[in-house]
Design a protein around this ligand. Structure first.
Ligand code: KIV
Ligand code: ZN
Length: 511
């Protein structure tokens, strides 16, 4: 049985999903969960892309101990220098350099000859090796590269010191047979390939990213790259949870498995969904809400008689639990803290206190508190760095025959109170107009989603917003038993993120 290494790029390629923007603290949280899931490598970002990206990679590198932290870099010295700066405090680091190799990219994007591409790739790997012993080279658009030339590039970068070579299907164009053939050819033609990691990286433009990754594994790939929930550029990347479950469930066929802690999959998927605002479709394989639901009478009857009639994966094996009652009004701080540990949080005392206060508040509004409630509450209420505004109150006058009017009271980090009122087309619109006035910010709401965390009339409502201001796109989430309050919290949080991005957070401010 071979062990396939898992390279997670949720924080880099995943963050390239349109409209997704994850803050440094959120990236650290996801990275710690990925570490718990047992991924071998975490691509924390593209350090040279912006000071924010550099900071995020550095922070993830500082906090994660058991997975290797990777930063992407173009094959240029300044990118590699930025990646080195960000990675230098990592326990285990890998510099990931890339250069396109396909004729389309060489001709139209790089305007370079084959010889120049080989020379630049070799130079980049040699330069990266000055910094780290682990260097990954990716031949961008490898899948559309002439096979002879690809073999030449792969041989050259191995000789230059690359310890991993990645052959991406950058545009999601391959069929499983074709993509597998590329790996077979490399194994056949390239001297030294057996001594390195050979990695696959598939995009999902034709819905074949997971199938192509598995075909690469069959053909000799030793590492699979992808993202949680399959998020990523355009149609996304290969969904790692699907790859892992396919290998586990069909190890009779693939004769390969991963070292992932499969029971962490549900929690990881939910966390990534919450923090990116990318909702997991109900019918999504492995992690969708309906993935283990049996609706038809015939199926239900079969499952009741013998579960394997219609179920090939047990929900518990990927960490889905029955939504049982866990804590209530009389639960104390100790029990609450134990619960947080059980749910996978590693919180500082100040964060536990904030979460406990929010939990007690929720107990007054909601009779039964489930694991899902606590996850949503803590993810939303946790202190995530400095914030300029805190929502103190929101009031609304609404009637189906009158114009909704909202008034809000925000407290700035320096103590100043900002109160404003506004009318709008609907309740949420009036609240958002009042917040715009109170903060003086001009933003465009580009996405608004509302979800129920659990069932029942007293369920927590979770609101997700995406705001745009010029070039900046930010997201915000709010959780409350009242959806209008959740809407207001999400919006204020998003505005705080805009101010943080503009560097306007008051020193010492918290949320
Ligand atoms: O899809 C791709 O080619 C990439 C590379 C930069 C690795 O993401
Ligand atoms: Zn990619």
């Amino acid at each position: 049985m071979r062990t396939i290494e898992i390279f997670d790029t949720t924080l880099r390629d995943g963050e390239q999903s349109p409209g997704v923007n994850i803050s440094t603290n959120e990236k650290v949280e996801i990275a710690l969960q990925l570490e718990k899931l047992g991924v071998t490598r975490i691509e924390a970002g593209f350090a040279a892309a912006s000071p924010g990206d550099q900071k995020s990679v550095a922070e993830v590198a500082r906090r994660v101990k058991n997975s290797t932290i990777v930063s992407l870099a173009r094959s240029v010295k300044s990118d590699m220098d930025a990646a080195y700066e960000a990675l230098r405090h990592a326990q285990n680091a890998c510099l990931h350099v890339f250069l396109a190799t396909s004729p389309i990219h060489r001709q139209h994007k790089l305007r370079m000859s084959k010889e120049q591409v080989v020379e630049k790739a070799v130079e980049a790997v040699k330069y990266a090796k000055k910094y780290f012993s682990e260097v990954q080279f990716s031949a961008e658009d490898a899948a559309r590269t002439e096979i002879d030339f690809l073999a030449e590039v792969v041989e050259a970068v191995i000789k230059a010191g690359a310890t991993t070579v990645n052959l991406p299907d950058t545009v999601g164009y391959m069929t499983p047979q074709q993509y597998g053939d590329i790996f077979r050819e490399m194994r056949k033609r390239v001297p030294g390939v057996e001594g390195i990691r050979l990695s696959c990286h598939c995009h999902d433009d034709l819905g074949m990213a997971v199938a192509n990754s598995l075909a690469a594994v069959e053909a000799g790939a030793t590492q699979v790259e992808g993202t949680i929930n399959g998020i990523g550029e355009r149609a996304g990347n290969a969904a790692l949870e699907e790859v892992a479950l396919a290998l586990e469930t069909r190890k009779d066929f693939y004769q390969a498995t991963t070292k992932l802690q499969l029971k962490e999959i549900a929690r990881t998927s939910q966390l990534v969904s919450r923090l990116t605002g990318m909702i997991v479709p109900g019918n999504k394989a492995v992690v969708g809400a309906n993935a283990f639901a049996h609706e038809s009478g015939i199926h239900q009857d079969g499952v009741l008689k013998e579960v394997t009639t219609y179920e090939i994966i047990r929900p518990e094996s990927v960490g889905f639990k029955s939504n049982k009652l866990v804590l209530g009004k009389h639960s104390g701080r100790h029990a609450f803290k134990e619960k947080l540990v059980e749910l996978g949080y590693h919180l500082e005392q100040e964060e536990v206190d904030t979460a406990f206060a929010a939990f007690k508040e929720l107990c007054d509004k909601k009779k039964e508190i489930s694991d899902d409630d606590i996850l949503a509450l803590v993810d939303a209420k946790m202190v995530r760095g400095a914030e300029m505004y805190r929502l103190e109150s929101v009031q609304l006058s609404y009637g189906n025959l009158s114009v909704p009017t909202a008034s809000v009271r925000l407290v700035r980090a320096d103590g100043e109170v900002c109160e404003e009122a506004a009318c709008g087309n609907g309740s949420v619109d009036s609240i958002y107009k009042a917040i715009d006035r109170a903060t003086g910010e001009e933003v465009t709401l580009t996405d608004y989603k509302i979800l129920s965390v659990t069932q029942g009339q007293d369920a927590l409502g979770e609101v997700f917003v995406r705001l745009q201001q010029g070039e900046l796109t930010v997201t915000g989430r709010g959780v409350s038993t009242d959806v209008l309050e959740a809407s207001a919290i999400a919006y204020v949080r998003a505005i705080n993120k805009i101010l943080e991005r503009r560097g306007e957070v008051l020193v010492g401010a918290t949320n």
